[in-house]
Design a binder for this molecule. Structure first.
Ligand code: UD1
Ligand code: CA
Length: 418
């Protein structure tokens, strides 16, 4: 794919989201919408990716570290947006084809992108479109074919006559263009339509008239091209992605007892023979080993690592922490900024007070320690190997418990054996 570049159109305001966050950055299962497309394009081997940004472009740029972002100051239409990438793309002589997609179709699969490009290359067309047939095509550009079934042009909803509106074949909004022909055609389009915009889709008419081949790949997977325009669309996309994540985990040997009530974000690693019980929430950037038991009602937040054989039970919240091999944190606990060793037992209701109002402080609990029920550990503090805290003890900051010792009380003191 070294001769293919990609352009993602994401300058639109996304007014219908009613949000101060740019649409492209709304998260779906913990990952900004635009990143799904960027990652999928990268996954098929395309390195040269340009994102056209507009509304609050700095925020988008920051999130897309390493991707070229070009600003479109005035939203003059999708044709104008693509034209913004002209200088960058013409400069790169290796590139002969350009994949173009709207930024708000996060569910597009890499296989589909590959198919469009593959078809485009094998038929040597000027443009290959992704099309579909919908019983209700409202809102989409309609594909107009000539008598010999060739694609002749695309008519946008607003500009369509009642005869054109009944056409059920639609433009999904994903294209592969021959680079030179694309920019030549873009130079010829005019904003003579209801919206007074430069439509990228008008290049199809220009190309077809010049007898260039306009080809298509068809998809009947409507879920795949769900366009996210409203909060409702966003949640629909979230449900699809959530299910895809769980399916992927199950294929890899993880048991998810109740997929309808399990919330695992993108960027979570779980090894085989681990069981996830219902109402568990696992954020991005969490790693879980094999043969663990998680939930029900557990919440694992970013930066958490759970080693093999560990057990995390109900109403346990863990953040930025490591839970060692075979360690158990079974009931009603909060663990933050803590490194816990192997074979530790954390009693019911244990709380790590990691935040002192200014700073988040670290706690260490070494191998085989036994933390009694209702213990409060005020960070920073260290519990030595095999040490024990009595029920209800409050271990105050910097009052480390030496290995093998038992502490009890408030504040916790070392218990001297008589
Ligand atoms: C577009 C297509 C339509 C297709 C539909 C699929 C055109 C003219 N029409 O319509 O045929 O069926 O997508 O969803 O292309 N954008 C910019 N700069 C602009 C305008 C838009 O970057 O000046 C971006 C938007 O952020 C958005 C995308 O381009 O991601 C599509 O723009 P939008 O105006 O929503 O086009 P549609 O009306 O959906
Ligand atoms: Ca749209």
């Amino acid at each position: 794919m070294r001769n293919v570049a990609a352009v993602i159109l994401a300058a639109g305001e996304g007014t219908r989201m009613r949000s101060s966050l740019p649409k492209a950055l709304h998260p779906i299962c913990g990952k900004p919408m635009i990143k799904y497309l960027v990652d999928n394009i990268r996954s098929i081997g395309i390195k040269n990716i340009i994102v056209i940004v507009g509304h609050r472009s700095n925020l988008v740029k920051k999130e897309l570290d390493g991707v070229e972002c070009i600003k479109q100051d005035k939203l003059l239409g999708t044709g104008d947006a693509v034209a913004k990438a002209k200088t960058a793309l013409l400069k790169d002589k290796k590139i002969d084809s350009v994949l173009i997609s709207c930024g708000d179709v996060p569910l597009l699969k890499p296989e589909t992108l590959k198919k469009i490009i593959g078809r485009h290359v094998s038929t040597r067309s000027a443009c290959t479109l992704l099309v579909s047939t919908l019983k209700n095509p409202t809102g989409y550009g309609r594909i107009m074919r000539s008598s010999n079934d060739r694609i002749a042009k695309i008519i946008e909803e607003l500009d369509a006559s009642i005869y054109e509106k009944v056409v059920e074949e639609i433009n999904v909004g994903v294209y592969c263009f021959n680079k030179d022909l694309l920019f030549e055609a873009l130079g010829k389009i005019k904003p003579n339509n209801k919206k007074k915009e430069y439509y990228l889709t008008d290049t199809i008419d220009v190309l077809a008239r010049s007898n260039a081949i306009v080809d298509s790949v068809s998809t009947d997977d409507t879920e795949e091209f769900l366009g996210v325009n409203t909060r409702k669309d966003l949640i629909e996309a979230e449900m699809v992605v959530r299910r895809r994540i769980l399916d992927r985990l199950m294929r890899r040997g993880v048991s998810v007892i109740d997929p309808n009530n399990t919330y695992i974000e993108e960027g979570v690693e779980i090894k085989k023979d681990t069981i996830i019980y219902p109402y568990t929430f696992i954020d991005s950037n969490v790693k879980i080993g094999s043969e663990c038991s998680i939930g029900p009602f557990a919440r694992l937040r970013s930066g958490t690592v759970v080693d093999d054989g560990a057990g995390i039970g109900n109403f346990v919240e863990i953040v930025r922490s490591r839970i060692g091999k075979n360690t158990k944190v079974r009931h009603q606990c909060y663990i933050g900024d803590t490194v816990i060793g192997k074979g530790v037992n954390i009693g019911a209701g244990t709380i790590v007070a990691n935040y002192d109002g200014k700073r988040k402080n670290k706690t260490v609990i070494e191998d085989n320690a036994f933390i009694g029920t209702g213990t409060i550990l005020i960070a920073p503090v260290r519990i030595g190997k095999g040490a024990i805290t009595g029920s209800g003890s409050v271990v105050t900051r910097n009052h480390n418990v030496p290995a093998g010792k038992t502490v009890v009380g408030v504040p916790a003191r070392i218990l001297r054996k008589k």
